[in-house]
Design a protein around this ligand. Structure first.
Ligand SMILES: *Cc1c(COP(=O)(O)O)cnc(C)c1O
Length: 376
């Protein structure tokens, strides 16, 4: 049976990119690979909407999250973490591992952070950085990054460090224009690649703190990578095949255009949200939904995990369930990266088949029709 992947990462990889990555390995200390790095550097700056260097590591996205902390902080610096889900949690867990003192703004799952609370905290204490997710994948929430940036900008000593792992290449996050200081992403989400690359774009304001940073680091050094990237190479052996694939992805994304990419994602997300509502299901994050992933409550009194299981066992499709307290409560559909209108119709029809099988009473095909209306 054909396998279909609709998780909020990893996401499907286009055939053209798979073929590119199957080519013989280039040696990384050659002019041929330097040419690939040069092209990828330009492409990443375009995608992150910045004139600054975008650092590349061979790591999953969390590697870039860790790097963004240990490269900007010095001993004694304090962190302010917005924790509205599993990935918000990860920020303070990394701080904790490095002995960095942190305060947490706990946000109820399914909700966006109150920006007034951030401003209040920044006035009370000097923080080196505010950490937040642009798109909190565990809850399907988009936090208001522009409004947060407008606040953080007013504090000279404070950086805004954004996890854009399910946001870069999904919805607008113009880093330079808004004043984001470190913007992190990974390869296996909107970048249509297998897992294994982590990215961090670093603002001028942030580089000043990177220069002073005295926390221990070796492999994950922004300074070392920047110096090497400027010579179109990497400090260590890079994930050569992934970077070759990335060259093709970025070239295709450029052809599609940023505006068109954002529009495509907005439309797919709207289709899934409207389909869910049309069959009487409730959205987990109705007020500020992310266009990368939609979290939906299962039918009342029923285990939402059964929908995930039916898709997996009977249809060979992957969607995601809920984590922690949301386990059994919600299911999540990823629609970021290499997806189009027909993918949305397909995944939603699978969900309706599962709902029918579970005995949920609704008009069959209603959500599919709604999705067709939005996407058509
Ligand atoms: C996927 C993801 C990450 C990174 O997870 P890895 O498993 O390390 O790639 C971080 N933040 C968000 C919001 C994510 O969706």
């Amino acid at each position: 049976m054909k396998y279909r992947l609709y998780a909020p990462g990893p996401t499907p990889v286009p055939e053209e990119v798979l073929v590119e990555m199957a080519k013989p390995i280039l040696h990384h200390r050659t002019p041929a690979f330097e040419k690939v790095v040069a092209e990828v550097r330009e492409g990443l700056k375009w995608l992150f909407q910045t004139s600054q260097e975008v650092i590349i590591f061979a790591a999953s996205g969390s590697g870039a999250m860790e790097a963004s902390i240990i490269n900007t902080f010095s001993k004694g610096d304090q962190a302010l973490v917005v924790d509205g889900g599993k990935f918000g949690e990860r920020w303070w867990k990394i701080c904790k591992a490095y002995g960095i003192e942190y305060d947490v703004i706990k946000v109820e799952w399914g909700h966006a952070v109150n920006t007034g609370e951030i401003e209040k905290r920044l006035k009370e204490k000097t923080y080196r950085a505010v950490f937040v997710q642009a798109s909190e994948t565990s809850t399907g929430v988009a936090h208001p990054i522009k409004a947060i940036a407008d606040i953080v900008k007013k504090f000279d000593q404070t950086l805004l460090i954004v996890d854009g792992i399910t946001a870069v290449g999904v919805f607008p996050l113009p880093m330079d224009e808004w004043g984001i200081d470190v913007l992190v992403s990974g390869s296996q989400k909107a970048l249509q690649l297998p897992p294994g690359l982590a990215f961090a774009a670093v603002s001028q304001k942030a580089w000043a703190f990177v220069e002073k940073s005295d926390l221990p680091k070796f492999y994950f050094s922004f300074k070392t990578e920047k110096k090497n990237l400027e010579a179109n190479t990497t400090a260590w052996t890079p994930a050569v095949s992934l970077i070759q694939g990335l060259r093709v992805v970025l070239s295709n994304m450029k052809k599609e255009g940023l505006e068109a990419i954002f529009k495509r994602h907005a439309k797919m997300a709207l289709a899934i949200r409207e389909a869910a509502k049309s069959v009487g299901l409730k959205l987990f994050a109705p007020e500020s939904p992310s266009d990368a992933v939609t979290a939906i409550y299962g039918p009342e009194g029923m285990d939402a995990g059964k929908i995930v299981k039916y898709l997996r066992d009977d249809l060979n499709m992957t969607i995601a369930g809920g984590q922690d307290a949301a386990k059994g409560q919600i299911f999540r559909i990823g629609h970021l990266g290499y997806y189009d209108a027909m993918d949305m119709i397909t995944v939603w029809s699978g969900v309706e088949m599962a709902l029918a099988k579970m005995g949920y009473k609704f008009e069959r095909g209603k959500g599919v029709a709604k999705a067709m209306e939005v996407l058509g």
